[in-house]
Design a binder for this molecule. Structure first.
Ligand code: UDP
Length: 237
């Protein structure tokens, strides 16, 4: 397997083509960004931590029957993945109120949500990832109704699996974002990443924030928190 050209440079990962048209390489960088790229910093070790963390979580999800794009780990910061046609819609599940939900609805941060909520956002930086609903996604051709139904079912399944995984390690899975794509056979597959960059995790007892909110809110100790999460789960760094 040979690395070829840069296909796409995102805010925290770079995607490369390979000599296999069905495989891509994800390179997890140390760049950390917030507020649509307005705040960007290099955080030493973060790329390595997120690559290993993502592989650990994706393996748990595969074992639970969720198809993921992971093929194999290539290095400390690189993973070989199946090429997907990404659906430009972000799926967010929330177990506790935080972030944009608090800002939008004026509810109290930390409120337990029963049932857990499900939201869709259009992946579009220029428009600041606006919230959309299923009819927008179908009407504009971003996803079919069937694909959206599968994405919703899979996102709640991921929530069931990971809520327990984090709870067993003394953490609350507050919310998270998933992105899906379509593989060569037309199946919906979990893509992108699952790491503390794209979810909220609080210590169960103290509610200390252990995710990217430490960066967004300038709380410090960002990488240390990511390392603590990894260590609590038993991810080998
Ligand atoms: N999220 C993400 N990428 C985005 C927007 C949100 O990974 O572009 C994650 C975020 O880290 C959080 C969840 O999705 O775990 C819900 O985010 P929210 O809507 O509260 O937006 P935020 O307050 O992060 O802007």
């Amino acid at each position: 397997m040979e690395k070829r050209t840069e296909l796409y440079r995102g805010k925290a990962k770079t995607v490369y083509t390979t000599d296999d048209p069905e495989r891509l390489i994800l390179h997890f960088r140390n760049d950390t960004s917030a507020f649509d790229g307005e705040k960007v910093e290099q955080l030493e070790r973060k790329g390595m931590i997120n690559n290993k963390f993502n592989n650990f979580i994706m393996e748990k999800l595969e074992a639970a029957g969720v198809a993921t794009q992971i093929d194999q780990v290539l290095s400390e910061t690189e993973t070989l993945v199946k090429r997907l046609q990404m659906i430009p819609v972000e799926c967010v599940v929330r177990n506790y109120a935080a972030g944009s939900l608090v800002r939008r609805l004026g509810v109290e941060e930390g409120l337990e949500l029963s049932p857990a909520t499900f939201e869709l956002f259009l992946k579009n930086d220029a428009l600041h990832d606006p919230m959309i609903n299923e009819t927008h996604a179908v009407a504009f051709g971003w996803a079919s109704a069937e694909q959206l139904a599968q994405m919703k079912t899979l996102t709640f399944k991921v929530n069931d699996v990971l809520k327990k995984l984090f709870d067993d390690a003394g953490m609350l899975l507050v919310d998270f974002k998933l992105e899906f794509g379509v593989d060569a056979d037309g199946n919906i597959v979990l893509g992108d990443e699952f790491s503390p960059d794209g979810c909220r995790l609080w210590d169960k007892e103290t509610r200390k924030k252990l995710d990217k909110d430490r960066f967004r809110q300038g709380l410090g100790g960002v990488v240390e928190a990511y390392e603590e999460v990894a260590q609590r789960l038993g991810v080998a760094l």
